[in-house]
Design a binder for this molecule. Sequence first.
Ligand code: ADA
Length: 571
Amino acid sequence: MGRTFTEHHKRQLHSLNGFFGFCTDKEKKGLSLGWQKGIPSERKVAVPQVWNSEVDLLTYTGVAWYEKRFFTEGGTLHFVFDGVMTECTIWLDGELLCSHYGGFTSFEKIVKNVNKGEHILVLRVDNSFDEHSIPQAYVDWYHYGGIVRGVSVETLSGICILRSHIEYSLDEQRKNAKVQFSLDLYNACDTSLTDTITATIDDKTISIPVTMNPHETLHLRSEETALSNIRLWDIGKPELYTVTFESATDDLFDRTGFRTFEVKGHDILLNGRKIEIRGTNRHEEHPDFGFAFPPALMQRDIDLIKAMGANAIRGSHYPNSKEFLDLVDENGLLFWSEIPIWGVGFRPELLADEVIIARGLEMHREMLAQYYNHPSIVIWGMHNEIATGTEYALPMSKLYYNFLKENGGNRAVVYASCHPLIDICFDYTDILCLNLYFGWYRGYEENAWENFFDAFDKRLLEIGQSHKPIIMSEFGFAALYGNHDADDILWSEEYQERMFEHVLTLYHSRENIAGFYIWQFADIRTSREAGLNRARSFNNKGVMNEHRKPKLAYRKIKSLYNMFEQEEQSL
Ligand code: ADA
């Protein structure tokens, strides 16, 4: 698959999705046996996929090899891997091509002077864990492995536009915009080239002359261009602008949308209007496909989320696929994108570990490079539930916060805290995002939330953080689909429904709570490594089961979210 629109007209693009040769390598002997030149297996799997969908490999963690033969007319080739889980090394015709860490972001590699003919691409993919893994072995989702998103190879010619970064500012009335483009260019020729790059948005075209050495990469920044009569991107009104970049031999079509997003006192403003975030957490996971979530089902999830009355999705807990982000833009929903630093799994000392910090920073960098232009992304999430009650978490939080503030555009930068009464990192979050599971882990406790808010409000005053809004970023209650009980006891759909009604009504009534994301949209498979002992080995807090069949809570949330929306509109 690819994006939901055509990215190139001039560039030759070949998808490598489809059947790959495949074998596991439990003893990690493939390298010494020279499998980088070709793997000794007749087995085929359809990519994108998680190997765990294969009948005998649900629980396989370790190394596996993939092989693909493809034909090219030759020249300069650009390989794009949208997501390989988690660590991979790649060879082309037995020569090392590249390696990459992190399964949720894309990476690419350019190879020059490739001969016409058949070639062989081999990937060694490893989803095992060590001290420096992000995430750690202990997480509350399933550790899938494989080539989980698309693979493609493009033939580059002349000066090529590899990536665009579209920045803008709006005037006070949000009627006029100033737009500026940053482009990553590459000269695919063996000779120097002079060309003119044009960037077109709406009725404006900017021309930028460039001269580039053979195989040089160049980061180019355009002048500002002014646009008037801006059509704003908004919730439910997804006005998108296509931007076309062109050289003599190459092009790139991208998109942007104009909007403002501000945190002001206890309020969140979208396009200057106070909004309440009525959201849901969603894992991009399906029990039959794992993280290789079928694009055909993405729109269905979005439709179900919209039908629930939600206006926002938190992509818990990692960057989602590019197709999904396009659909979120097109459907006018707000999105929170984060990296998989999933706290409980990290020993506090590890948070100060240089390798971990650097890896996380690189993941943030990749997330920004890939997703900066999406208007739907209004929140960058730095990490989730790490030990922010300890000094260990301070340097990481400060570094990521400053990095995302500086480079992340018009977005809030946050993290989700699960110990707000002792948290010492709140300086590094624009919104106080709280994950609280009262009513679940210790069972039902009368007034648990009310008592917590009293204590928290007091603490916020003491630590000088009371000026910020709160988002309830997670709260949930497990219910086994179809499990009903007249006495609405734990694990029943009735209990889940009652609890959501209780907490959503409470959150909605509190002046300093600007939004909430229910935990969670659908049930998900959970990891064996974590030993969480979850019923069915699923996290059952979905308001849908894993096959998207609604539990009672889904309709209850729908009626509450619709009521809150009507109230908002009548103000
Ligand atoms: C945490 C975590 C989620 C999930 C949830 C739960 O807050 O961020 O990923 O594990 O708890 O179900 O307990």
